[in-house]
Design a binder for this molecule. Structure first.
Ligand code: CUA
Length: 348
């Protein structure tokens, strides 16, 4: 057994590395890939795993073998090992190999970074605004007022450039299905490029601890077919109804339609259900108060204030500054009217 410890270690190491590599490649580490950037990143990750596992196994086998083979035996308590003054050949070897490995992996990673950050002439710009604790997405329009949404909508196969900023503290814009992420930094605009390649619904999360509401700073990315995206844009572009002021509404809704729009906003664009429980909308969030109970007895005016100025009055047991204060900007006037009408109806 003890005659060929090196051969023994090499055999054990090779088998352990093989098992580790098979396991690492077999495990599905990432969510569905939904962007052109995903493949090069996933391959880079696999290559890093394939290279790191044998090194990890090598170090562990040497440590475990040495601890076992050279352990102290009874009677050796006061003995000291032979003095060691270094081994030039070994030192050159263990400096050169890691250096070569590091330089090659860095060059490869740099090539991947260059590839995924490539500029496209026809890229669409989406401004991403971070605020404690919500995302809003702005679509600049030629000539018109920008379109703002609480959820991210993107057309499939269209290169997108995100211009990201923060109104308060550090946040981090991340769509795991697109792999890439970047900090939102107050005072500067950071950029990220993505080309979505698969239609679907993917979570948008904040990846930087930014305060009490960090864990609920989430939104949804919808990757649509180009035609569906155009339809969504057109629906957002529809002229906002003139509120009050004797001008009359350009597209007045019946009370029933308004309540229906409110329910849709509650579960969709407003993402209210992510934080609030409301039996009628089958939502079970617990970050904010249960609205069926909290709003009962409030009139429409109070409910509107609760939405647009959430810090004006804080429900007992809940902290201030958790609910985003920007719903008046991110929802259309009609959506807001709908939300108020809907909440007044279901909380009676
Ligand atoms: Cu914003 Cu964490």
């Amino acid at each position: 057994m003890r005659r060929h410890p090196i051969i023994q270690m090499v055999v054990i190491g090779a088998i352990a590395s093989a098992i580790g590599i098979v396991l690492a490649l077999w495990i599905d580490w990432f969510p569905a890939d939904a962007a052109k950037q995903d493949q090069p990143i996933d391959t880079l990750y696999d290559v890093l795993m394939i290279v790191s596992i044998p090194i990890f196994v090598l170090v562990m086998t040497v440590i475990l073998y040495s601890a076992w083979a050279f352990r102290m035996r009874p009677g050796q308590e006061h003995e000291d090992g032979p003095p060691v003054h270094g081994n030039t050949r070994l030192e050159v070897f263990w400096t050169a190999i890691p250096a070569i490995l590091l330089v090659s992996l860095c060059s490869y990673a740099y090539a991947v970074l260059n590839d995924i950050e490539q500029k496209h002439d026809d890229e669409m710009v989406v401004k991403v605004h971070a605020i404690q604790f919500a995302w809003s997405f702005e679509y600049p329009q030629a000539g018109g007022r920008p379109i703002v949404s609480n959820q991210l909508y993107l057309p499939k196969d269209q290169p997108v450039r995100f211009d990201i900023d923060s109104k308060d503290v550090l946040h981090d814009f991340w769509v795991p299905a697109f792999r890439v992420k970047i900090d939102a930094v107050p005072g500067i605009t950071t950029r990220l490029r993505v080309t979505p390649t698969r239609t679907g619904i993917y979570p948008v999360v904040c990846a930087e601890l930014c305060g009490l509401g960090h864990s609920v700073m989430r939104s949804t990315a919808h990757v649509l077919t180009p035609a569906a995206f155009e339809r969504w844009l057109a629906s957002k572009r529809a002229p906002a109804p003139v509120a009050g002021g004797g001008g009359g509404e350009s597209r007045a809704l019946s009370q029933e339609q308004l309540v229906a729009l409110g329910r849709e906003t509650f579960t969709g664009d407003g993402s209210c259900g992510a934080c609030h429980t409301l039996a009628d909308a089958s939502s079970t969030g617990t970050t904010g108060p249960d609205l069926g109970r909290a709003l009962s007895g409030q009139d429409e005016e109070q409910i509107r204030t609760d939405i647009v100025d959430p810090n004006a009055e804080i429900a007992q047991g809940y902290a201030a500054d958790i609910m985003p204060p920007n719903f008046e900007q991110t929802l259309s006037a009609q959506q807001l009217d709908g939300l108020v009408a809907y909440l007044a109806t279901v909380s009676k």
